[in-house]
Design a protein around this ligand. Structure first.
Ligand code: SF4
Ligand code: SF4
Length: 469
């Protein structure tokens, strides 16, 4: 087996530590550029792929919050009404396990993707990356290309540049506020929220939440960027454990690229890498992919596009930097079917199937019966005894409008209280009921309350008492 040549130095930055391990030695600690650096934008198939993925996701995030179904939001996590509406389907807080299941299924999907294609989630679909690219685009549009910005950083600040910088920060703040308001709209009905925001009539709690969210978005995507991925995201830490020899990740083909040289003289043995540094300049994580697999790399593919463009100009084959597994870099073929990938695939399929099944079994009507603690029973006359109950009824389906309440049990029982509940007026009630029995000789008798709606019928047992215990 041919060994991958070890890269001996990095021309990126004299102060930068160099990871001297070959890619096969696993995921190295990041030798990312320290301090501020400007990300150069590039074009290519992976940048297009990012657009095809991120624009629909952004449209979903900003649009879904406004969509209603039969006058109800499509997606809402309402703390105020103790209700979750997922795709028009109302869940009770008792169905929260479904959300936990959804998280587990999503984690399995993430693990499956990680084993198959490395951190493609991070590079192409993670909100942190999508917002960071948006903020970088705004910066590029307002303040100019990366090399111009880097050059201007060394010059004294002029009024013109100050105005541009202020515009950039204003646009960032605007985007951060729009993000925070939209995100909050998934917890508070969005129309109400926007109307209150326009009239500056938001409660202190909601205002505080929006300001914190906006501040975090501004900091994350505008200022801190790749450091969040490297230092705050746990995924970067355990990715090395998940990868195997056949995981496709963004890799530099050192066998082809080394020894790197600015110019190739006729007949010399230098590799295809001309050490132009473009792959480094476009990297949002500030790393050099030629140093091997690194924890900071989010597999965004920007370095692939940059290098492919260079190779095209030099009339050399593309793919010096490409998605490749360690096996492929060693000249072996990569296996798609392997036990770890199959294991995550099966776990993911089972988890999603369980969640889907769970959605067909969600609570539609929630009922709770409590005996009135103030009086266990009350003798009305020599033959009649009454018990009082507090009954909670909560509806979780928009199709279910009216609930009929009835009782049954061994005895001559009569129900006093509301026998028809209108869930269109309110979705949750606490109602008092009095049940009276004639000539009941048993000290305790089983009594059943039945709640019958258009979709479901729920029965709850309680006891009817004629004396204290
Ligand atoms: S872009 Fe390609 S050629 Fe240029 S330094 Fe990077 S790997 Fe080498
Ligand atoms: S090394 Fe390449 S793939 Fe990794 S984060 Fe940097 S540009 Fe993206």
């Amino acid at each position: 087996m041919e060994k991958i040549p070890v890269i001996q130095d990095s021309a990126l930055d004299p102060g930068m530590t160099t990871d001297k391990k070959p890619a096969s030695s696993g995921c190295a600690q990041s030798p990312a550029r320290s301090g501020k650096f400007h990300v150069r934008l590039t074009e290519g198939r992976f940048q297009n792929l990012r657009r095809y993925i991120s624009w629909p996701l952004l449209a979903l995030f900003f649009g879904l919050v406004w969509v209603e179904l039969d006058g109800h939001p499509l997606l809402l996590f309402s703390f105020e009404h103790h209700q979750i509406i997922l795709f028009g389907h109302a869940l009770s807080w008792r169905d929260l396990s479904l959300l936990a299941g959804l998280l587990i299924a999503s984690a399995c999907l993430l693990f499956f993707l990680a084993v198959a294609w490395g951190r493609v989630w991070c590079g192409f679909a993670c909100p942190q990356s999508i917002w960071t690219w948006l903020f970088i685009r705004i910066e590029d549009l307002v303040e100019g290309r990366a090399n111009k910005r880097a050059r201007q950083d060394l010059e004294p600040l002029t009024a013109h540049r100050l105005a541009r910088r202020a515009t950039k920060h204003l646009l960032w703040v605007f985007l951060a506020l729009a993000t925070a308001l939209t995100f909050t709209g998934y917890f508070v009905p969005v129309r109400e929220l926007f109307s209150q925001a326009m009239q500056l009539d938001l409660s202190a709690a909601v205002s505080g939440w929006i300001l914190i969210m906006a501040g975090l978005t501004y900091l994350n995507a505008g200022l801190v960027r790749e450091k969040i991925c490297l230092h705050a995201c746990p995924y970067a830490r355990f990715q090395g454990v998940m990868f195997d020899d056949h995981t496709l990740t963004v890799s530099y083909d050192a066998r082809r690229g080394e020894p790197r040289a600015h110019q190739r003289k006729g007949g010399d043995s230098s590799g295809d890498c001309i050490d132009c540094q473009l792959c480094v300049q476009v990297c949002p994580a500030g790393i050099d992919i030629r140093d091997g697999l690194q924890a900071a790399c989010i597999d965004c593919g920007a370095c692939i596009d940059a290098c492919d463009n260079v190779m095209s100009k030099l009339n050399r084959p593309k793919g010096l930097v490409r998605f490749a597994s360690e096996a492929q870099l060693r000249g072996m073929s990569s296996r798609l079917l392997r036990p770890r990938l199959a294991g995550y695939g099966v776990a993911m399929t089972l988890a999603f199937a369980a969640v889907l099944y769970g959605f067909t079994e969600t609570t539609q009507l929630l009922v709770e019966i409590r005996r009135d603690r103030g009086s266990m029973f009350r003798k009305v006359d020599q033959h009649t005894v009454c018990n009082v109950y507090q009954v909670k009824v909560e509806g979780y389906s928009q199709e279910q409008r009216f609930i009929q309440v009835s009782i049954s049990g061994k005895g001559d029982f009569t129900l006093f209280g509301r026998t028809q509940i209108d869930l269109t007026e309110d979705s949750a009630y606490w109602l008092p009921y009095r049940v009276c029995a004639q000539n009941q000789t048993q000290p305790a008798t089983e009594l059943t309350f039945t709640f019958t709606g258009e979709l479901v019928s729920v029965s709850k047992d309680t006891t009817f008492l004629t004396r204290s215990f």
